[in-house]
Design a protein around this ligand. Structure first.
Ligand code: ATP
Length: 326
């Protein structure tokens, strides 16, 4: 379990993080989300006992980071933003080296290395020099070095950074596999990448926690703290001559509460639009479109897209009343 109280770090006179308070229970997978420069790496490095905070405390499994850094390092595995790999070593040799460095008992080293290779999908490249690995495999090797001593807590700084969509999917799978045996805190600046992997999200902006809760709870709180904004999807069979899309779009935009309309598909007379609106404007939109002679094929409302929720948490300011928690 991680308990963080009043965690603050200044570099020179400049604030990196200020008064962070949160808990992560055993077995949880928590996403630490923030834009570049928000303070994620600073926080993770403090938790990994690599740097000291200016003030505040961190307790990991009951141990104070300030007093028991050495013991805590044995409990945790850390993937920094640049994995600490030795290019000239073969993958398996490197993991063996890390295991020995982390005080794994000599009789257990081979087994632990084998398990880490297997879990991270590295068995077939175990004899390859690290310098020959693709970026995705380097990230996997970075995770393998973090788990080779079987830590209970894993801290991963941007594990999907620089990966292509297929590799991101594989990394997500790997993190899910690791989740059973580990408490995991992972950072990202891309909400959709971690919302599917994590039980809970901590959102950090300019060094302050602006939200703490499940994705669903954060979504609800943002909606109730701000306006009831949503997206209405409309599919219609247009009437009239010429290109019917712009006319239908203009009609939708006249409806009270509609902020913007966008044509997402136009095939012959069949048009799909996405409409951003405050409140549920489906009835008013249906009336307007039908009265204009269009055939209404579909009208659905969905809540604000995840990325918009994130934008709202980080721009322009945290919601009134302090952090959102759930
Ligand atoms: P990124 O995703 O870009 O790595 P981040 O959320 O991890 O961003 P941090 O690296 O923790 O953010 O940086 C938080 C703030 O602290 C930034 O303003 C950064 O410039 C500053 N900072 C970080 N490390 C140092 C340092 N060693 N010396 C001075 N300032 C630093």
């Amino acid at each position: 379990m991680i308990e963080v109280e009043g965690l603050t770090k200044y570099y020179g006179g400049k604030r990196a993080i200020h008064d962070l308070n949160f808990r992560i229970e055993k077995g949880e997978v928590v996403g630490f989300l923030g834009l570049n420069g928000a303070g994620k790496t600073t926080t993770l490095r403090i938790l990994a006992c690599l740097i000291l905070p200016s003030s505040g405390s961190v307790r990991i499994d009951g141990l104070e980071a300030g007093e028991s850094a050495h013991e805590i390092r044995k409990l945790l595995g850390f993937l920094p933003d640049t994995p600490p790999l030795y290019d000239e070593m073969a993958v398996g040799d490197y993991l063996r080296f890390v295991a020995e460095l982390k005080d794994v008992a000599p009789r257990d080293v081979s087994r632990r290395v084998g398990e880490a290779l297997e879990l991270c999908g590295l068995t077939e490249v175990r004899l390859d020099p690290i310098s020959t690995l693709s970026h995705g495999y380097r990230q996997r090797a970075g995770i393998a070095q973090a788990i080779v001593h079987k830590p209970s807590l894993l801290i991963l700084d941007e594990p999907t950074s620089g990966l292509d969509p297929v590799q991101i999917g594989e990394m997500r799978e790997l993190i899910r596999r690791l989740a059973g045996d580990h408490t995991i805190l992972l950072s990202s600046h891309i909400l959709t990448e971690i919302s599917q992997t994590c039980d809970r999200l901590l959102v950090i902006h300019e060094g302050l926690i602006t939200a703490d809760g499940t994705e669903e709870a954060i979504r609800k709180r943002v909606a109730s703290a701000g306006s009831d904004e949503g997206i209405i999807e409309v599919e219609l069979e247009a009437t009239g001559s010429g290109d019917p899309g712009p006319a239908a779009k203009a009609q939708c935009e006249k409806v009270t509460g509609v902020l913007a309309a966008r044509i997402v598909r136009s095939e012959g007379r069949r048009i799909s639009l996405e409409i951003e609106a405050i409140g549920d404007q489906r009835a008013a939109l249906a009336r307007t479109l039908v009265e204009s002679g269009h055939g209404l094929l579909r009208l659905d409302r969905r809540s604000l897209a995840l990325e918009s929720i994130f934008q709202r948490l980080v721009h322009p300011a945290p919601p009134p009343g302090g952090p959102i928690s759930a």
